[in-house]
Design a protein around this ligand. Structure first.
Ligand SMILES: NC(=O)c1ccc[n+]([C@@H]2O[C@H](COP(=O)([O-])OP(=O)(O)OC[C@H]3O[C@@H](n4cnc5c(N)ncnc54)[C@H](O)[C@@H]3O)[C@@H](O)[C@H]2O)c1
Length: 305
């Protein structure tokens, strides 16, 4: 199959690229290398160092390569950066997605979007949160991802597309970026390995739904094969893990017992997060398979250097 991956030099995209190559697909990559690592894309793969917000360039690449599936992961990923510069966030995440889905429609490609579950729903909602809860995001990043989803589902309604948005929990695993939604895992692993006290913003009782990278890649591959009519899926474990519990898991993986230092909570943060992914289980047969303790023990070695 002809596959295009945007953001394939990044954390999740590079794991997805590896999997697509293992599965024998012909892959093209768009990545502006703003945070991605060039060495994660093999030299044999066509890499377009392009901003997804560049309408003409994205249209030309998609028209020329005619992918059947587009995994769209290139994005501004930082909640805090979205608060500081919502214009850049909207340009990359809204305009970037509009470019990808518009060109996809012209060549009949299916888009699988990396959306967010963690930053989507806001506080004071049902836990674990199902997709039916109306998003009340706490940060511009959640708005830009929600808006991106809306373009996908609009194209489904207007043009008969079969695009899918995956609302990912906080993804962690080897190669992860400390600035992303689950960046705390990489930061904690590094600090504990150096024998330094990690900083916890707030009281550490805030929870997030952490999902191991291999489970996330299974969800992307499953979404591309999905033949049903749903378009938006939560992809999470269903369990909220507090920052204190996460630190305990990192300490256990390291054989350490380092206490944190505390700092005031940060802007754009929400209190609790856990995703109800029963729709993904019923429709696509997907479920998270790895607990945080097992996932962290697999991850620690690669993130602690
Ligand atoms: N990591 C998580 O916990 C998490 C959770 C929910 C959703 N997501 C989404 O998953 C996707 C991948 O996230 P990640 O953690 O792998 O991030 P990452 O920063 O490691 O990867 C993003 C990649 O996109 C590229 N990129 C950024 N802006 C671009 C632009 N304007 N044009 C072209 N390329 C651009 C970067 O160079 C990088 O290679 C993102 O869409 C993110 O919003 C991630």
């Amino acid at each position: 199959m002809r596959v295009l991956i945007t953001g394939a030099a990044g954390f999740i995209g590079s794991h997805l690229l590896d999997r697509c190559l293992e599965d024998g697909h012909t892959v093209t990559v768009i990545d502006d290398l703003s945070s991605g690592d060039r060495s994660r894309v093999p030299d044999t793969i066509a890499l377009h160092v392009t901003d997804v917000a560049d309408t003409a360039a994205v249209t030309e690449i998609i028209t020329d390569t005619r992918p059947e599936v587009i995994y769209h992961l290139a994005a501004q990923i930082s909640v805090r950066h979205s608060v500081a510069d919502p214009y850049h966030d909207a340009r990359a995440n809204v305009l970037g997605t509009l470019n990808v889905v518009s060109a996809a429609t012209t060549v009949g490609a299916r888009v699988i979007l990396a959306s967010t579950g963690g930053a989507m729903y806001g506080d004071g909602v049902q836990m674990p949160t199902p997709e039916s809860v109306l998003p009340q995001t706490q940060a511009p990043y959640g708005i830009s991802k929600y808006c991106a989803e809306q373009y996908l589902t609009l194209h489904n309604r207007l043009y008969g597309g079969r695009h899918i948005a995956l609302r990912l929990g906080n993804v962690y695993g080897p190669r992860q970026d400390p600035h992303g939604e689950a960046g705390v895992v990489a930061i904690f692993c590094g600090r504990i390995a150096r024998g330094e006290a990690p900083t916890i913003f707030g009281d550490g009782k805030q929870t997030r739904d952490y999902v191991y990278i291999s489970d996330i890649i299974d969800a992307f591959i499953g979404a591309a094969d999905y033949s049903g009519t749903e378009a938006v899926f939560n992809i999470g474990s269903g369990k909220g893990t507090s920052v204190l519990e996460l630190l305990e898991a990192v300490n256990a993986a390291a054989g350490a017992s380092i206490n944190p230092q505390f700092a005031p909570p940060r802007d754009g943060e929400w209190r609790h997060g856990a995703l109800n992914s029963s729709l993904a289980t019923t429709e696509m047969g997907w479920r998270a398979t790895l607990s945080v303790v097992d996932g962290i023990s697999r991850t620690y070695g690669s993130l602690s250097s």
